[in-house]
Design a binder for this molecule. Structure first.
Ligand SMILES: [Fe+2]
Ligand SMILES: [Fe+2]
Length: 289
């Protein structure tokens, strides 16, 4: 089993090396370092961003978008004081990730909307269940499918499996393996590691489509994975509702037992989370930032 896992990672590394891993921009690294200082210097953080006009403009655009509450944010200092340091950092990472993953034509918007929706719902589930910090949950949702646009750029045929990979269908990993000899979960794990996301999140990404029989050693990974899986399910229901396409619960049924066990919730909680999330997303408008 371990041999197979190592083989899979080796193949994914070959693919990532041939694509060229999208590196974490220097500004993200510098801000990450400052934020993790026991006494972060907020002025230094806004000055760092202020030197990059393009990223500063994008951050203000995202801060003012429905995904962050459309709050008339006029300056970086204002964004930082309104959102708090954790959300502000997430906003910088969101902007940087979006920049490095663009270039897939019409699929860009579909991919990005999915990632932003799952990020918001995963953060909401984390808040309700307490299984991981809200800001980490947001990043987990944001990064969980980050390999999809990379595989699309590397393998033009990947467009054949794009819909099933984004739309949370059980056949997606099998079809990806058949087509390109790797899959977006494992390539995403490598990208997340290179962006220095916490190990728990990297592993949750690696196993987010894994069979329910696969149990992970670290309980934090299983809990983070469960929050992500419930978020994927709710996102699927939401997009099915607004697009008029019938829901397909096959993938959800594979994971349902694990999710209620890991999150310590019941069927009524799931119903409530689903209704609250859909209500929250409807009020935000379904739009790409
Ligand atoms: Fe996925
Ligand atoms: Fe997804």
């Amino acid at each position: 089993m371990m041999g197979v896992a190592n083989e899979n990672i080796k193949r994914a590394e070959e693919v990532v090396n041939s694509i060229g891993i999208p590196s974490q921009p220097g500004i993200v690294l510098a801000i990450h370092k400052e934020i993790n200082d026991p006494c972060p210097d907020f002025k230094k953080i806004t000055d760092l961003i202020g030197h990059d006009v393009a990223i500063a403009a994008k951050i203000l655009k995202i801060a003012n978008s429905p995904f962050f509450g459309s709050r008339q944010v006029s300056s970086l200092e204002h964004a930082l004081s309104l959102l708090g340091i954790g959300n502000f950092n997430n906003l910088i990472i969101t902007s940087a990730l979006r920049d490095v993953l663009k270039g897939c034509g019409p699929s860009d918007e579909v991919f990005w909307n999915h990632s932003m929706l799952v990020a918001r719902i995963t953060a909401y589930i984390a808040k309700k269940t307490g299984v991981l910090p809200e800001e980490e949950a947001y990043l987990l949702g944001l990064f969980h499918d980050c390999a999809i646009p990379l595989l699309l750029k590397k393998f033009p045929d990947y467009v054949q499996v794009f819909d099933s990979a984004i739309d949370y269908r059980p056949e997606s990993i099998y079809n990806e393996e058949k087509l390109v000899k790797t899959n977006h979960s494992i390539v995403g794990y490598i990208v997340a590691k290179s962006w220095r996301l916490p190990e728990v999140m990297c592993e949750a990404i690696q196993f987010h489509h894994a069979d329910s029989a696969v149990r992970q050693g670290d309980p934090s990974v299983s809990k983070a994975r469960a929050a992500l899986l419930l978020s994927e399910y709710i996102c699927h229901c939401y997009t099915a509702e607004i697009s008029g396409i019938p829901e397909n619960d096959d993938e959800w049924l594979n994971h349902y037992g694990d999710v209620i066990c890991e999150l310590d919730i019941d069927v009524d909680d799931i119903k409530d989370f689903k209704e609250d999330s859909i209500d929250m997303l409807s009020r935000m408008e379904y739009t790409c930032v």
